[in-house]
Structure formats: structure tokens, C-alpha cells
Design a protein around this ligand. Structure first.
Ligand code: IPE
Ligand code: IPE
Ligand code: MG
Length: 261
């Protein structure tokens, strides 16, 4: 966006920003690396967990905006496999926060028609957190206004390893020949097998890396990096990201004249 365009956007209210969106050009699937909670807290001389806690309101805003606009899938990176290397106290606070979120938000998610699911090596989670996760998954399994997928104990490389293991098991059982392995077959064995690839990936906090998130699925996703820290990334920031997405030209390796809209 040019400086002029961005200062013009600054003048607009959230409602005006929303009316600028083209409903035919919205992403079907938005993925978010929710980063910067620790720095948000440190800036306020608060403990890191205060940033994680504040970040929950940003998650609520994302869900509300997706529902309002009819964006069908939202996938959020909440805890990576690498995050197990953080101090034990931060890990246990994060797990506590997950339980808190699911226990307080469950009814609202159901009312909103949100299907809650997780991806990752969930067996690494503490038993009580896992119970809350499984309960929320079961209770919302029939809903489909918004598919909310939370990546927990998730690693993109591990997801591919798990897919390869399943394929090898099928081969051992004589159900799969090497020449039957193609992109579609691998995709069917990913944790996200029933979701379209993300159209838009947002990462907050100024970091410009993928950090082992959805490695396979992001092949042709539009990437949006913003310096805004996750707890400050609210409705307005998402609308701005969507407007930027709508200015992108998605070519998928082709030349523009051959792409039908
Ligand atoms: C993102 O915020 C949340 C998780 C990774 C769990 P961080 O905790 O990474 O915050 P920063 O990057 O240290 O500011
Ligand atoms: C990525 O953030 C993981 C999540 C947001 C859950 P990190 O803060 O863990 O990533 P790095 O360490 O900066 O790459
Ligand atoms: Mg971080």
C-alpha cells in the first residue's frame, strides 16, 4: 500500500473499511500466526502471560469478523512443538489459559455456530487440557458456520512425517502402490485434509518467518506481515489485512490473461 493510500485508510472508521471490502474476493480460509504476546506484556512491564491473556480478545474479534463476513475457515497457531522448549511455568500458564478459554467460551462458540477443532500432536498436552479440547471438539462437531482450527503442539514438518507414516502403513497393508502417491494423496493424509489451503496467512509482531506452520498448505498462500503485536490485532487490523489481500494478484504461476476470476 502506498503512504497516501494508508493515510487515507487511517481516516476511515471500521464500518467504512468493511464497506470497502469486495464480498466476492474474500479469502475462504485465513490462517494466523498469533505472535508478540510476550513483547506486548514486556512493554507494559507485565508478566508474559498477561500478553497471552489479552490475546484471547483478539481471537474473539477474529471469530466475530469471520462470521460477519462469511469467511468459512480460520486456523490459528496457538502453540508450536518448539514452544515446548519454553520455561515450564510459561507452558503451564498457557495450558491453563487454554482450559480457561474453552471452559468460558464453549457456550458462545456453540451459539455462534463455530466448529472447533485442533491440529497437532495433542497427546503431548496435559490430561485436563486435552479433556477440554476433546469436549469442545465433540460438542461443536455438528456446526459449520465457521471452521475454527487451533494448532496446538503443532509442527508442519511433523504433520508431513505423520502423513508419510500413514502412507507407508497403507503400502505395507498392500493398499497403496508407489505410483499412487501424488500431491492429492499426501494432502488427504495431512491434519488439514478436509480444509482448503489458506488463501491468506497473517503473522503479527514484525517477524517475517513461517516458524514451522502449515508448510505444505502455504505453497500459494498470500503472506501478510504486520508489526502489530497480537494483543493489539483486532477487528480493524483484520479488515486492513483483508483489504490488502484484495489488492493482491494471485497468479499461481500463470500469466494474468489466462486466469479466469
Ligand atoms: C505468541 O506470542 C504466543 C505463543 C507463541 C504461544 P509469544 O509468546 O511468542 O510472544 P513474543 O514473540 O515473545 O513477543
Ligand atoms: C510461533 O511463534 C508459534 C506460535 C505463534 C504459536 P514463536 O514466537 O514461537 O516463533 P519464533 O520462535 O519467533 O519463530
Ligand atoms: Mg513469539
Amino acid at each position: 500500500m502506498s503512504t497516501n493510500e494508508s493515510s487515507a485508510m487511517d481516516q476511515l472508521s471500521n464500518e467504512e473499511l468493511a464497506t470497502k471490502l469486495d464480498s466476492d474476493l474474500l479469502p475462504k480460509h485465513v490462517a494466523i500466526i498469533m505472535d508478540g504476546n510476550g513483547r506486548w506484556a514486556e512493554l507494559r512491564t507485565l508478566p508474559r502471560i498477561a500478553g497471552h491473556r489479552e490475546g484471547i480478545q483478539s481471537v474473539r474479534d477474529m471469530i466475530t469478523v469471520c462470521l460477519e463476513l462469511g469467511i468459512h475457515a480460520l486456523t490459528i497457531y496457538a502453540f508450536s512443538q518448539e514452544n515446548w522448549n519454553r520455561p515450564a511455568q510459561e507452558i503451564s500458564s498457557l495450558m491453563g489459559l487454554l482450559e480457561y478459554y474453552l471452559s468460558t467460551e464453549r457456550t458462545k462458540l456453540i451459539e455462534q455456530g463455530v466448529r472447533f477443532r485442533t491440529i497437532g500432536r495433542l497427546d503431548a498436552l496435559p490430561a485436563s487440557a486435552l479433556q477440554w479440547v476433546r469436549a469442545a471438539e465433540q460438542e461443536t462437531a455438528h456446526l459449520d458456520k465457521l471452521h475454527l482450527t487451533v494448532a496446538l503442539s503443532y509442527g508442519g514438518r511433523t504433520e508431513i512425517v505423520d502423513a508419510v507414516r500413514e502412507l507407508l502403513r497403507e503400502a505395507q497393508d498392500g493398499k497403496l502402490q508407489p505410483n499412487e502417491v501424488d500431491e492429492a494423496r499426501i494432502q488427504q493424509h495431512l491434519y488439514t485434509h478436509d480444509l482448503p489451503d489458506p488463501d491468506l496467512l497473517i503473522r503479527t509482531s514484525g517477524e517475517t518467518r513461517i516458524s514451522n506452520f502449515l508448510l505444505w498448505q502455504l505453497a500459494y498462500t498470500e503472506l501478510y506481515f504486520t508489526p502489530t503485536l497480537w494483543p493489539d490485532f483486532r477487528r480493524r487490523e483484520l479488515l486492513l489485512a483483508l483489504l490488502e489481500y484484495q489488492r493482491r494478484e494471485r497468479r499461481f504461476g500463470r500469466v494474468l490473461s489466462t486466469i479466469s476470476s
